[in-house]
Design a binder for this molecule. Structure first.
Ligand SMILES: Cc1cc2nc3c(=O)[nH]c(=O)nc-3n(C[C@H](O)[C@H](O)[C@H](O)COP(=O)(O)OP(=O)(O)OC[C@H]3O[C@@H](n4cnc5c(N)ncnc54)[C@H](O)[C@@H]3O)c2cc1C
Length: 397
């Protein structure tokens, strides 16, 4: 296998870097380089800018409005954008429901949802998990009962990221309560439809990212069903594999490791910088080596996938390694920050002005991000579940 970057990929990297340098607004980049959640307005504005260049769907085929880029080009694009502080494009629409719609949905749904999404006009929420259905997702009970031209939806969803900004929700519902997986369908629900209530859940870092949602006799037009009734489980598996492959987050890990090096060079322990403490320095180099192998593993997976080799459960491997690395880097950032690592600066206070933060400019956001990233080994299917998938599919246990 050849791991050299093709000269065309290097030229592509330069092209992306120049575009980002010339077009990413400075205030968006400033907010993006903190470790807080991206403001939805920034994500939409950046999506619209990329759309002007035809780049707002790096992973989609050309016929659906995407770039048609190779997996390697997408990887390079993500790295360049993230390193410069560009907001991550919205995963819900780009990696999850968008591809489900153009693969399994109707042409009308593609025109109605995907096309405006690519212009930065629509935000999505993912309504899968419920109070008693997380790892055991097939046990969900939110019901959709057909009534003429509509489905009537009743139930409760939990942990919905970003629902407060969403215009639309892609939800898994039970259309046949007698069946488990075969009774599940996927439906698109307007976030402000009568009967939908969205309540905030405030997290450890004092941020509002999560929500619970209640559906009380919500009438949803039958045309909002995606694909066929009873096939929602198949579509969900397709979507979750995309979500997991994304969660290796090599660009985020790279940026966070660079920040850790900066903190370690700057902050002192017993009179000398952390970076000069042999034990601390050795731990950083161990993380660097873990990151290098994660990057190579990602490149290997991309190479295999490009050549049609789908034998490895790649999404699960990348998710486990990438998320554990995120947590380890965050732990060391907080440790090296010392007393400044003990203060939570809530997102709104810091990012939107009223900034009376103590300490160095890189301190705010580190603890909030560290606390939020406790969740990365849980969402998208917990790492315990991913290990079970690997044991079964890869090791044949
Ligand atoms: C920050 C965050 C954002 C999220 N965003 C969304 C979202 O936008 N939309 C959405 O639908 N959901 C979202 N989720 C929900 C997420 O998908 C679930 O939390 C996850 O699937 C785990 O489900 P659970 O919380 O019900 O835990 P449970 O399934 O109850 O699991 C609890 C613990 O038991 C372990 N466990 C469970 N079953 C097994 C098993 N068979 N073998 C070994 N161990 C097992 C799990 O690994 C976990 O450690 C989000 C969660 C978080 C924390």
């Amino acid at each position: 296998m050849d791991f050299e970057f093709d000269p065309r990929d290097d030229a592509f990297r330069q092209e992306v870097r120049a575009f980002v340098r010339d077009n990413l607004p400075a205030d968006i980049a400033r907010r993006g380089l903190t470790n807080y959640h991206t403001d939805k307005a920034d994500t939409r504005a950046w999506t619209a800018i990329l759309h002007g260049r035809g780049w707002s769907a790096p992973s989609w085929p050309v016929q659906f409005g995407g770039t048609g880029w190779t997996l390697m080009q997408q990887f390079i694009f993500d790295q360049e954008c993230f390193a410069a502080g560009a907001p991550l494009l919205e995963t819900g629409g780009l990696k999850m429901i968008g591809p489900v719609i153009y693969t399994f949905g109707s042409k009308e749904q593609h025109e109605r949802f995907n096309v405006p999404f690519l212009r930065g006009e629509i935000s999505w929420g993912q309504g899968f998990s419920e109070p008693n259905a997380g790892s055991d997702l097939a046990g969900l009970t939110t019901a959709a009962v057909r009534d003429g031209d509509h489905y009537v939806v009743n139930g409760r969803k939990l942990w919905t990221s970003g629902a407060q900004w969403a215009n639309w929700l892609f939800c898994l519902v039970k259309t046949d309560p007698k069946e488990r997986q075969r009774g599940i369908s996927m439906i698109l629900i307007k976030a402000d439809a009568p009967g939908v209530t969205i309540r905030p859940i405030i997290d450890l870092g004092e941020g509002h990212h999560l929500n619970e949602m209640f559906f009380d006799n919500v009438r949803v037009p039958a045309e909002n069903l995606v694909g066929e009734e009873g096939k929602g489980w198949t579509y969900a598996k397709f979507l979750l594999e995309n979500e997991r492959a994304f969660s290796a987050e090599v660009p985020r890990n790279k940026r966070n490791l660079a920040l850790l090096r900066r903190i370690a060079a700057d902050r002192k322990y017993r009179g000398r910088p952390f970076a000069e403490d042999p034990a601390f320095a050795a731990r950083i180099e161990q993380l660097q080596s873990d990151l290098d192998s994660l990057e190579w593993m990602t490149l290997r997976a991309l190479t295999a996938k490009s050549s049609g080799d789908l034998s490895l459960p790649v999404g699960s491997i990348l998710k486990v390694r990438g998320t554990e690395l995120q947590q380890k880097i965050g732990e060391m950032q907080v440790e090296a920050l010392g007393e400044y690592g003990a203060i939570v600066y809530p997102h709104d206070q810091h990012v939107n002005g009223a900034d009376d933060a103590l300490g160095p400019d890189y301190a705010p956001g580190v603890l909030a991000d560290f606390l939020y990233r406790r969740a990365v080994t849980i969402y998208g299917g917990s790492n315990e579940i991913q290990r079970t998938i690997l044991a079964k599919q890869y090791l044949g246990l």
